[in-house]
Design a protein around this ligand. Structure first.
Ligand SMILES: Cc1ncc(COP(=O)(O)O)c(C=O)c1O
Length: 379
């Protein structure tokens, strides 16, 4: 069963964790007593190819025996290959690698301001984000994550970060003073709520009219999670900047910022950087993940399994919403639901007091979804 963790020297920012995971295989995780858990968290929408995937393990071990890290002082061939693939898949031109989602958004925020500065638009400093958004925990990304519980105690935040109370109100905030507006196509941490396509279109239109950049945060939705490689593809959006992380290297830390050539040109040598970003280890694994997930048959599988999951969830909670293999349901008490599921051998995440999120590895099969349904029905 679950083990209560013993006191440690770890800071308490994650609270007490009720389970110790020691290994994983495919769709399953195991505790120290070898109890099996069906994983519908995928390390919070990270392990797209599941656990201990042979091709990922092979890329990791080969690269570890060759070269782990050499810094961005030098050219890294795996980085170039990965950038070529991500550019082709997105229709954007240039890519910058970092180590996490928050870092990708931090870099996007800086790039947007730098782009305005290089165009002598000194007044264009504002960054607009949407209510319910989550963009990360570093100070810039936190400043565009308008959730008091996350922002409290960290004042002063980065200036000129604006967000309305409603989506419509936020639209009116986009002006000639806006450097960029950040959107998620499906708000994951906000409760797994897809944004309506007309609203996304309106935001894009308003950005075009005012000269603001449109940044699509694909940190959670990207790398096939919603059934297309990027969630914005079926929305007919043409972002200026896209940010990615989570699923990109199946658990090896990596983030990426993609931009149109003209926008990317605002970053000149010395403008931005990171020691680890895009190192040979992370990018060699990411190449394997991107090759696997971008296969149309793989994406088709995600869509099919997503529809199957959606159908099953209708019977387990209310307000079922999401896309692909990213769904949320409303229950009476999300934390309790997740705890009960864990005792049945199913791992889920709570996003908010009443929302439970289902983000399994993308390799999930119908039999796993049947197993999920059976176990959750027994709660
Ligand atoms: C949409 C989105 N953006 C950014 C982040 C932050 O990513 P990270 O935790 O890798 O910093 C997350 C994390 O949940 C996210 O869902």
């Amino acid at each position: 069963m679950s083990s209560q963790t013993t006191p440690s020297n770890l800071m308490n920012n994650y609270g007490t964790r009720s389970l110790e995971i020691v290994r994983g295989e495919g769709m399953y995780l195991y505790d120290a007593a070898d109890r099996q858990y069906l994983d519908f968290t995928a390390g919070i929408a990270v392990c797209a190819l599941g656990h201990a995937h042979p091709a990922v393990a092979e890329a990791l071990t080969t690269q570890a025996q060759t070269l782990l890290h050499c810094s961005n002082l030098y050219e890294i061939p795996q980085q170039k290959q990965l950038a070529t693939k991500l550019a082709a898949l997105s229709g954007l031109d240039q890519v910058l690698f970092c180590n996490s989602g928050t870092e990708a958004n931090e870099a996007a925020l800086k790039l947007a301001r730098k782009y305005a500065a290089t165009r002598n638009e000194a007044q264009r400093t504002q960054i607009v984000s949407l209510p319910g958004a989550f963009h990360g925990r570093t100070l810039g990304s936190l400043s565009i994550t308008p959730k008091p519980a996350y922002q409290n105690g960290y004042a002063p935040l980065v200036p000129d970060c604006l967000s309305g109370q409603t989506l419509e109100e936020t639209l009116d905030l986009i002006s000639e003073r806006t450097a960029a507006c950040f959107v998620e196509v499906v708000q994951g941490e906000g409760g797994v709520h897809p944004l309506p396509e007309p609203l996304l279109q309106e935001i894009a239109q308003r950005c075009r009219e005012t000269g603001a950049l449109l940044v699509v945060d694909e940190v959670q939705t990207g790398v096939g999670r919603t059934g297309t490689f990027y969630a914005y593809e079926p929305m007919n959006l043409r972002p200026d900047i896209v940010t990615m992380a989570k699923g990109l290297a199946n658990g090896v830390p990596i983030g990426a910022v993609l931009a149109r050539e003209e926008v990317a040109a605002a970053f000149t040598p010395g403008s931005h950087g990171t020691t680890f970003g895009g190192n040979p280890l992370a990018t060699s694994v990411a190449n394997v993940v991107v090759d696997t997930v971008s296969d149309p048959a793989f994406l088709q599988h995600v869509s099919e399994m997503g529809r199957y999951l959606q159908g099953k969830l209708e019977g387990l909670g209310t307000e079922v919403s999401g896309r692909g293999l990213m769904y949320g349901i409303t229950v009476g008490d999300a934390k309790q639901f997740v705890q009960n599921a864990q005792s049945q051998g199913v791992l889920l995440t709570a996003v908010g007091e009443k929302r439970v999120r289902f983000v399994p590895p993308l390799i999930v099969e119908a039999a796993h979804i049947d197993e999920l349904e059976k176990k959750l029905k027994a709660l």
